[in-house]
Structure formats: structure tokens, C-alpha cells
Ligand binder design. Structure first.
Ligand SMILES: Cc1cc2nc3c(=O)[nH]c(=O)nc-3n(C[C@H](O)[C@H](O)[C@H](O)COP(=O)(O)OP(=O)(O)OC[C@H]3O[C@@H](n4cnc5c(N)ncnc54)[C@H](O)[C@@H]3O)c2cc1C
Length: 597
């Protein structure tokens, strides 16, 4: 049976030692309550919930899936009860405003809970995950009345939320959106249209569902400048309870590759009552609050599948006896050696481990930026916002690509058994696959990074991060133990800027060059970004070893994994650097009608 154990020591290492969360919280107004003891206690409780309640439902959710019956959706056995426990534990309110019933803790603590919840059971975690995005959107753009009516119910967990963008003819290109919103005399709107692929769009876990919907006003300009954002409840609120059913129904649910426990719904809006959030025609700007929450949430999914794949590959690799080690028998009493003796198996395990641990550092760093963007003083807030905008597409696309790779290694470590459902490794691959598609595909994140963030800012957004890397490299340049990390990192950090210039120059001649280079540029950026976090983790581990520690094995393993990352994963930048410079010609030369004969 596959299982999940929250990696508490790893979490604490990144949070307390590498990212110095105590200092971080002490520097932010309103975070005084987030003392190390309190944070650790919350994380330990979250770990118990993830391990004991959610992990056992992961395979159940995959096997049973959601069932659709005449507009209703029944979630898999145990999902509803687990959600009740989640609500009773106060988890939905963790990082939300006390004015609406929240506990007011920093977002970065919620991120750690989401990691454990999502790794234990991604399909289940999407229900509260989408509510979290809806809450952030209402907090930022809702009126006081909307907050009082809807936000408080989402914060308490009594109601859940969704994000309704996609229509059958419009996925990536939201400018094509057709759902209509007709203004009514009482200030509300009648929403009509069909949304597809809406996660958690219908279910039996909560008494009401609050859809956050993009639609067009009658006189709206064409394209993305004519989109507005609305709240559309499944049941109309009535006092503190729910009243009449609104005109939104689930038409069907999708049969899909993975995340079977999460309902992916067609939602039909037929004169459904809705309320405008934010200014008319500025809906996409407001929805970006939701989308950015969801993008970091999806980056977490990459980490989740890497971590889960690693945790479940490791015991098998130690247990499964096949063939002998190339350097002679290691398990002389047994008929063969455990497969963990083979370099190729170690390569896969260490790849999973390096992506999971490196990814955790990147995500927690981003989560601290979210804290700063919310709570810090004006200058620091601006800086955090800019850095977050730059790192979000990298975290989303790179960590989901490497999460999927890690899940795939899990199948390979198990050999043929990895292909068999019982062991859970094939489920991990199927569940991971969606993460590179929703919340903006890898290709779209790549265009966002290179086109919108880097080139449109004349490289300024990149410099915001490379300066941080440069400072770190300079600080540790004379430390012999750090040279194997700092020297290659400094070289790549400089090359990153040079490659950006080269691609930018080509793009001035031909815009296709941006599209041709973007995915390799993003992957290159991801490997260098993770190298920075691995160098920081190596430095922290080295420091602990130099100062003397009772946990020598832990810190040595950290250093060894850092060396593995630099030796065997970071060289992938070479291929990405070459490909991104190879130009658009070979891609664009073939006419669409000559692709096949
Ligand atoms: C299980 C599941 C859950 C989902 N949950 C939600 C949800 O809760 N809410 C919601 O609103 N949506 C949701 N979605 C929709 C999801 O966000 C979209 O599927 C995704 O945005 C891609 O849109 P599309 O499927 O229409 O693909 P398309 O936009 O048609 O893209 C097809 C391909 O073309 C590529 N492409 C498009 N334009 C470009 C370009 N300019 N340059 C390079 N490549 C390009 C894409 O990368 C992709 O590879 C979900 C989808 C699934 C499958």
C-alpha cells in the first residue's frame, strides 16, 4: 500500500534554517503570534490530519471517482467526512482576516499545510484549494457586503468556492469568452452561458458553492478588455443560511486521466443571479488574484507528486532484490541485491529527492514573498510583488514538469509493478499530468516569463532575482567548502542575463523567436533558480556541520544531494541554452499542410 509521511524535518529545515522564518515573521506587522512553537504545533497537527485522514483516501478517490446523478455529484467514500473534520479543525480559516472569522496567520504557514494536504491526496486538496483562491479574490476585490455574506462562509469552510474561466471554445485565450451578464434593476446581473472543466464545480461536501465567474457585460469591448468578474452562488444566501436554488447547474462531469476524486464539471448558467466583483470590464485583473493563488498552488502540486513519488519509491528500492551490484554482491545472504545498489536506480531516487527538496525551498520562498506583499511596508511590498511576478511562472511550470518527471521515475523504480494500480505509482503519474495543463500550460507560463515579465521589463524583472543570486555568490566566494556550488552558480547567473540579451535581440527582428525560445528559457531559468536554493541549503548544512551537530547524517545527506543536483541535473541547462539560441527557422519552415503527406 502506498503511504504518506509528512516530511517534518525537511519542512523545518527549509522554514526555520534556510529561510529563517522566525526573523521573517518578527519583521512583519500582525505576525507576532507566529512564534516558532506555535508554527511547529500547527504544522504537526496538519501533518497528522494529512497522514491519518487524507492519505488513506487517496487510492479510494482514484478508484471510485466522483459520481454524477442528474445534476448532483457524489464525491468518493470518506471525502465528505474528511472535509467535515477539516472544517471542525478550523483549517480553512488559517491565513484569512480575523475580521471575517479568520485566524490571521501568514499565508506561508497555510502553504505548508497545503503541501501536506496536497501530497497526501491532491484530488481532495483541490476542494479547499479552490476555496482559498475564491477567498483571496473576495478579500482583495469584494465589497464590504460581499465579504460579510460570502467571505465569512468561505472562511468558516461552510461553503466552498470555484474558479470559472474556461468555455468550450476558450481556454488559453480568454478574450474569446462568451458568457453574458445582463444588468438588472436591483443592481444584480443575470449570468448565462456554459463553463467547462470547472474543478470542484459541484459536490456534496458543503452546503453551498460560490462560483467566481468571468462574463461579459452587454456593451463590453471585444477581447480581454471586456471581461468582468461575478459572484454566482449555487444557493442564494438567506440570512445566515441558504435559500432558493440559483440558475446554475452541473450538466455533467468529465471522465479523465487522473485526479478522479475531484469533480471536473460542465456548469450551465441560465439567468443565474450574480454580483459584480470589482469594476466593470476589469474582471481579468481581479481574477489574476485567483489565478496567482492557483498558480502557486499548482507549483505545490509539482512538489507534491515529486515528494510522494520519492517517499514511495525509496522503501521499494531498498526492499526489491534484483541482480547484483556491479562491484560485487552487497547482500551476500540474499539471492540478489536490493535495487538501490544500482547507479541508475539511485539516479532516479536522487532526482525525485532533489526536485522535491529544491522545489520546497523555492515554494516556501515564494510564500514568504506573498506574506511580504500583503503585510510589509511600501518599498518591501513593491519589491516582493515584482519578485513574485517573476518567480511564479518558473515555480508553476518548472516544478510541475519536474514533478511529473519524478512521478514517472516512481513507475520506473518499481519496474512492471509500477504499471500496476495496486502500488499507486501509475496513479501518481496520472494525477501529476494535469498540473502542466491547468492554470496556464507550460508553454503559456514560458511566454509569460520571457515575453511579459522579462523582455517587456527590459530584463529588469530578471535582474531583481539575479542580483540576489549574485549577492549570495559573492558572500560565499571565499568559502572553500562552498566553491563547488558558488562557482557554477555565479557562471550560470551571468549567462542567464547574456542569453536573455541574445534572445531579446533576435526577438526584435522576429517575434517568433520569443515563442521558439520560451519553453527552453523557462526550463533553463528553473534549473538555475533551483541551483540557487540548493546552494543555500548546502551552505546551511555546511554551517551546521562546521558548528557541530547531533544530526550529522541529516546535514551530510543534504550536502550530498546538493552535489548530486549540481553534478547531474544542473548540466541540463547546457541543452536548454543551445536550443533556445537555435532560432525559430527550423520550427517555422514547414507549412501547416506539409506536416504530413
Ligand atoms: C482536470 C481539469 C481541471 C480544470 N479546472 C479548471 C477550473 O477549475 N477552472 C477553469 O476555468 N478551468 C479549468 N480547467 C481548464 C484549463 O485551465 C484549460 O484546459 C487550460 O487553460 C488550457 O486550455 P485548453 O484546454 O482550452 O487548451 P488550448 O488553449 O486550446 O491550448 C491547446 C494547446 O495550445 C497551446 N497554446 C495555446 N496558445 C498558445 C500560444 N500562444 N503559444 C504556444 N502554445 C499555445 C497550449 O499550451 C496547449 O498545448 C481545467 C482543465 C482540466 C483538464
Amino acid at each position: 500500500m502506498p503511504d504518506y509521511k509528512a516530511p517534518l524535518r525537511e519542512i523545518q529545515f527549509v522554514m526555520n534554517e534556510v529561510l529563517e522564518s522566525e526573523k521573517h515573521y518578527a519583521s512583519l506587522p500582525g505576525c507576532e503570534d507566529a512564534t516558532p512553537d506555535m508554527v511547529n504545533a500547527i504544522i504537526e497537527e496538519g501533518a497528522k490530519f494529512a497522514e491519518r485522514v487524507l492519505a488513506p483516501l487517496n487510492q479510494v478517490g482514484d478508484q471510485e471517482g466522483c459520481q454524477f446523478n442528474n445534476g448532483d455529484v457524489k464525491t468518493p467514500t470518506g471525502f465528505k467526512e474528511a472535509y467535515q473534520q477539516y472544517v471542525e479543525g478550523g483549517w480553512p480559516s488559517l491565513s484569512h482576516d480575523p475580521a471575517h472569522g479568520g485566524q490571521g496567520l501568514p499565508e506561508s504557514i497555510g502553504t505548508i499545510i497545503s503541501e501536506m494536504v496536497g501530497t497526501a491526496n491532491w484530488s481532495w486538496g483541490m476542494y479547499p484549494g479552490l476555496s482559498h483562491g475564491a477567498m483571496n479574490t473576495l478579500s482583495e476585490h469584494g465589497t464590504d457586503e460581499q465579504k460579510a455574506v460570502y467571505l465569512t462562509k468561505l472562511v468558516s469552510g461552510e461553503w466552498t468556492g470555484t474558479m470559472c474561466l474556461t468555455e468550450s471554445h476558450c481556454g488559453t485565450d480568454l478574450g474569446l469568452l462568451r458568457t453574458k451578464a445582463e444588468p438588472q434593476a436591483d443592481g444584480s446581473y443575470k449570468i448565462s452561458g456554459s463553463k467547462i472543466f470547472i474543478s470542484a464545480g459541484e459536490h456534496d461536501m458543503a452546503e453551498n458553492i460560490i462560483h467566481i465567474v468571468l462574463a461579459r457585460l452587454p456593451d463590453a469591448p471585444a477581447g480581454t478588455k471586456g471581461i468582468s468578474l461575478f459572484i454566482v452562488p449555487k444557493f442564494m444566501p438567506q440570512g445566515d443560511a441558504v435559500g432558493a436554488r440559483n440558475g446554475v447547474v452541473c450538466g455533467s462531469i468529465e471522465h479523465k486521466m487522473g485526479i478522479h476524486g475531484n469533480a471536473t464539471c460542465v456548469l450551465n448558467f441560465d439567468d443565474a443571479t450574480g454580483y459584480l466583483i470589482g469594476p466593470p470590464n476589469k474582471g481579468l485583473n481581479c481574477m489574476f488574484t485567483f489565478m496567482n493563488t492557483a498558480r502557486l498552488g499548482t507549483a505545490l502540486q509539482g512538489l507534491a507528486h515529486a515528494e510522494w513519488g520519492f517517499q514511495n519509491s525509496l522503501p521499494y528500492a531498498k526492499d526489491r532484490l534484483q541482480m547484483r551490484s556491479l562491484t560485487g554482491a552487497k547482500n551476500t545472504e540474499g539471492a540478489a541485491d536490493p535495487i538501490i545498489v544500482h547507479p541508475a536506480i539511485r539516479n532516479m531516487l536522487l532526482t525525485q529527492k532533489a526536485f522535491a527538496e529544491g522545489g520546497r525551498a523555492l515554494i516556501y520562498f515564494c510564500a514568504q514573498l506573498v506574506d511580504k506583499a500583503k503585510l510589509a511596508g511600501a518599498d518591501e511590498k513593491l519589491e516582493a510583488d515584482a519578485l513574485l511576478a517573476f518567480l511564479t511562472p518558473i515555480a508553476k511550470a518548472f516544478l510541475t514538469e519536474t514533478g511529473f518527471e519524478s512521478a514517472n521515475h516512481g513507475v520506473q523504480v518499481y519496474g512492471g509493478h509500477g504499471y500496476i494500480a495496486e502500488w499507486g505509482m501509475e496513479q501518481n503519474v496520472r494525477d501529476a499530468r494535469i498540473s502542466m495543463l491547468y492554470e496556464g500550460t507550460t508553454q503559456i507560463q514560458a511566454l509569460d516569463l520571457l515575453g511579459r515579465k522579462v523582455l517587456m521589463s527590459q530584463g529588469e524583472s530578471l535582474k531583481g532575482f539575479t542580483k540576489i543570486v549574485h549577492k549570495f555568490c559573492k558572500e560565499h566566494a571565499n568559502n572553500d567548502a562552498m566553491k563547488p556550488f558558488v562557482e557554477p552558480l555565479a557562471t550560470l547567473n551571468q549567462e542567464w542575463g547574456e542569453l536573455t540579451m541574445k534572445v531579446g535581440m533576435k526577438a526584435m527582428q522576429d517575434r517568433e523567436e520569443v515563442g521558439a525560445a520560451a519553453v527552453d528559457y523557462l526550463m533553463y531559468s528553473g534549473y538555475v533558480t533551483l541551483a540557487y536554493f540548493w546552494a543555500r541549503m548546502a551552505q546551511q548544512a555546511q554551517l551546521a556541520l562546521d558548528q557541530g551537530t547531533a544530526e550529522e547524517a541529516f546535514y551530510k545527506a543534504k550536502l550530498t544531494t546538493a552535489r548530486f543536483y549540481f553534478a547531474r541535473l544542473l548540466p541540463r541547462t547546457r541543452a536548454h541554452a543551445e536550443i533556445m539560441q537555435s532560432g525559430a527557422d527550423s520550427l517555422m519552415a514547414l507549412d501547416a499542410e506539409h506536416f504530413a503527406f
